[in-house]
Design a protein around this ligand. Structure first.
Ligand code: SF4
Length: 294
């Protein structure tokens, strides 16, 4: 992929329609409910600040979140059916991205305030209102955040949550390698399931993404399993997922399921014993440790 900034006009049907996916005139998946824009219910509002939390996360402990994306819209390279923020809406109107120097000034103020208040922070995590690897200043931001981490929370790891779609871009890979922890989304073992569940925008190639994951050191894969209207727990898919994860060889895998509202309707949680069985099968087949979060 070109090492450019593919900042999406999210959902723009002409430029960003994922292969094999039908989009409505609103740029939403054809399966989205008429009210979409919108969610299946119970989704959470966007983060309204650059630094938020700390959130006591099931997977990360006390995590101070960093949102380098706009505060009034989700900017993402995916449109996951289970997104807790609802659908990625079409168009790019709203406030523009803020560049690194301005964001780092705000992050510094928030870190100083939290340090003064004695906030306990296990990790600092780039996530927020969409896909952080779409930010054009990602390297500069991570270098700056690590410097501020050293000053205020020297024991906290700096991590990033990403949908993995940008993993082939050299500039993004360099930025990812600067992080102490890289949490890479991997919910689907094959192109068709990926298109159905994650609805990636643009021209991301599934095979290239998997190759990119294989060659990125020290990653943690995060795999969301769900049932109901969208189901990636069928025996053929789980078998293919185990094989794919075995070929990627991450340091570990986090197996989890939905715990909040979802963009699409009709998605249900996977029982914990099913998640545990999937995790145990992965470890038995590949030797890769897997943790379950329900
Ligand atoms: S990658 Fe994350 S923010 Fe983007 S649509 Fe999927 S769940 Fe939502």
């Amino acid at each position: 992929m070109p090492d450019t900034i593919p900042l999406p006009a999210p959902g723009s049907p002409s430029a960003t329609r994922p292969k094999g996916t039908t989009l409505s005139s609103q740029g939403l998946p054809a399966s989205a409910p008429p009210s979409a824009g919108g969610a299946g219910g119970g989704t959470i509002p966007l983060q309204d600040s650059v630094v938020y939390g700390p959130i006591r996360s099931r997977r990360l402990g006390a995590s101070l979140g960093i949102n380098v994306l706009p505060l009034d819209r989700k900017v993402c390279s995916s449109n996951c059916v289970y997104c807790q923020y609802g659908w990625t809406l079409p168009g790019s109107s709203g406030t523009p991205l803020r560049r690194a120097p301005e964001l780092l000034r705000e992050i510094e103020e928030a870190f100083a305030r939290h340090a003064l208040e004695g906030t306990s922070v296990d990790c600092i995590t780039l996530a927020g209102n969409g896909e952080p690897t779409l930010h054009p200043d990602l390297e500069e931001l991570i270098i700056g955040i690590k410097r501020l981490r050293d000053a205020h929370f020297p024991k906290a790891a700096v991590g990033i949550l990403t949908d993995s779609t940008q993993v082939t871009r050299p500039k993004v890979r360099r930025a990812l390698e600067l992080c102490d922890a890289r949490y890479m989304k991997f919910d689907a073992a094959d192109e068709a399931t990926w298109q159905r569940i994650n609805l990636p925008f643009g021209h991301t190639d599934f095979g290239a993404m998997v190759d990119g994951l294989r060659t990125l050191p020290g990653i943690v894969l995060q795999s969301m399993f769900m049932q109901g209207r969208y189901d990636n727990t069928s025996e053929p898919h789980v078998r293919a997922w185990i094989e794919a994860v075995g070929s990627i060889r991450p340091g570990s895998v986090q197996v989890y399921t939905v715990d909040r509202g979802t963009a699409a309707e009709g998605i249900t949680k996977v029982p914990k014993d099913t998640l545990q069985e999937i995790a145990d099968r992965l470890t038995a087949a590949t030797g890769i440790p897997a943790d379950v979060f329900d």
